[in-house]
Design a protein around this ligand. Structure first.
Ligand code: SF4
Length: 63
């Protein structure tokens, strides 16, 4: 799994951080998503998939 994020789409909702806190964080200044691990281990895949699905801005792409 490889994650890419589109910072321009991100609206700082933080849903991804709630779903997968080991993979996503948010910038303190504006809440825009910070990708902590672009190629997370298998045990994170379910949480990352959920994060991508619930992101209101569709800013998380998985490949
Ligand atoms: S859930 Fe989507 S919009 Fe919200 S912080 Fe994460 S990437 Fe940004």
């Amino acid at each position: 799994m490889r994650i890419t994020i589109d910072e321009d789409k991100c609206c700082g909702a933080g849903q991804c951080v709630l779903a997968a806190p080991e993979v996503f964080d948010q910038r303190d200044e504006d809440g825009v998503v910070v990708l902590l691990d672009a190629e997370p281990p298998a045990e994170q895949h379910a949480a990352v998939t959920e994060a991508a699905q619930i992101c209101p801005a569709a800013a998380i792409a998985l490949a």
